[in-house]
Design a protein around this ligand. Structure first.
Ligand code: URA
Length: 211
């Protein structure tokens, strides 16, 4: 099975899994979308009103900001893969509960294994908590680190959620700055231990070699 078939199969199994929470209050499952061969995997929180209505991740205001900020660092939305830790909209967009996160986790893990990215960008504290549970997002956002997850190494880049960026100018500034870090990572020939420092220093614009 190729990646597209594997993802279609995963989506079907999620749609049929009657034990998944939030199903009864949501309109539909919102699966990940984008380039299955992308080296970057964006992981958000949960669908909101627009995502629930159209069945696509990050297409409301927060999604528009994400798409625009990707373009600002030279990435087309279609070139990357975008997903969420929870796939049905929580009522009134409330925070997902620990039980809900746990219920969706095996599917997210499977999706990550299929996409097999080099870089995982978490958007907000809930997706960040999946990889680095005991940290504060305000202390680690924009700081790449290597994580070993399910026996594989990834470069994890925790970012603020774009919805948080929309709520405060200071957050917006940080959000945009953190994307510049991501841009530098993509330009680095191979991610090294120094990558954070390079990211902080580099202003170069080069080929995005990881895509
Ligand atoms: N916020 C998220 O975390 N995900 C979406 O898909 C939309 C808004």
């Amino acid at each position: 099975m190729d990646k597209i078939q594997q993802l279609a199969d995963l989506k079907k199994r999620m749609e049929e899994d009657k034990d998944l929470p939030l199903r009864d209050t949501a309109t539909q499952l919102v699966f990940g979308e984008g380039n299955p061969d992308s080296k970057i995997y964006f992981l958000g929180e949960a669908p909101g009103f627009h995502e629930d209505k159209h069945g696509r991740p990050f297409i409301g205001m927060a999604g528009k900001l994400l798409t625009q900020t990707l373009e600002e660092i030279g990435l087309k939305r279609e070139a990357v893969y975008i997903s969420n830790v929870v796939r049905f909209r929580p009522p009134e967009n409330r925070d997902p509960s620990p039980e809900e996160l746990t219920a969706f986790a095996p599917y997210i893990d499977e999706e990550i294994a299929v996409i097999n990215p080099k870089i995982i960008v978490t958007l907000g504290r809930f997706s960040m908590g999946k990889f680095i549970p005991d940290v504060k997002i305000s202390q680690v956002h924009g700081q790449p680190r290597t994580v070993n997850y399910q026996g594989k190494e990834y470069l994890l880049v925790p970012m603020y959620h774009p919805a948080a960026a929309l709520r405060a100018t200071s957050m917006m500034n940080q959000f945009k700055k953190d994307f510049q870090v991501l841009k530098t990572l993509l330009e680095a020939p191979t991610p090294t231990k120094n990558v954070e420092q390079k990211a902080a220093n580099s202003q170069d614009t080069q080929q995005l070699i990881l895509l």
